[in-house]
Design a protein around this ligand. Sequence first.
Ligand code: SF4
Length: 335
Amino acid sequence: MKMLLGIDVGSVSTDIAVLDEEGEVIAWQYLRTKGNPIEAIKEGLAKIEKEFQDKGLDPEVVAVGTTGSARYLAGVVVGADLVKNEISAHAFATIREIPDVRTIFEIGGQDSKIILIRDQIVVDFGMNSVCAAGTGSFLDHQAERLGIDITEFGNYALRAKNPVRIAGRCTVFAESDMIHKQQMGASAEDIIGGLCEALVRNYLNNVARGKELLPPFVFQGGVSENIGIKKAFEKTLNHEVIIPKNNKIMGAIGAALLAKHDVDKNPRETAFKGFRVARTDYKTRTFYCNACPNNCEIYEIREGNTVIARWGDICGRWSEGLKRMKKVKTNKDGK
Ligand code: SF4
């Protein structure tokens, strides 16, 4: 059975999607990266391989794409046919499912994005990776502080009768404001409802500032699991917000579809190393090059005793010699 593989490695989550040739998701994993993207990839591939074995499926992966902040690393580790940035991957997957989408809100564990699309073409985008107040890790932290399971957060928000107004501009202010409102006797429901509204306000005032927001609005990324945030978007925008079918793994789906598109355009054997990646030993290290005043920090990855990739060198001194070994097809900045 021919399949496509997409991997989206972010700082908080590592998402893996396996699609059939028609683009339908047949297996997926959403894992915590925990500061170790290679282990997260290996764990995800091992789980997917086991799932296929249990189902008696014999997958033939014909195209592999990687995206996310660790897309190059992931591409080298698994043998990707295409490495692509998150904006392209998210947009491609969303347009395929909701062809008339014009605005995508994507909020993940540690960053958030907005993508504007007109006539199925990305015309603008914005990203915020500086302030954590509008991201999943901030919500996780607050859920923990309030002693509430994060999966229940949305339901609490829906039960809010009078959501309190929380200063959501930065994590420090938001947290101290929440503590203050708690001390004033506000219910957990009203605090969480207020927090969801603050997060949306913060997102729209920062990531979406100055952008023309037109429906259909699509909301995806890990935080889109939270029904409270969806409702807060709908209340603020006074419009329906759509959550796509595979809302948590749209980046991985887009990477897989883009890889297939690329392989179809330039037919070739996939560079995928196979599910053996899950059982392969990889080691990474960084070192500084002192050959000139740039003092580049060089990243190196080894498979067993073999160096399979180096990057971070401005002049190519360390990476050039390895380039012919790499089968990853990408342009200079992965766009
Ligand atoms: S990698 Fe090249 S640019 Fe960077 S410090 Fe070494 S010689 Fe200089």
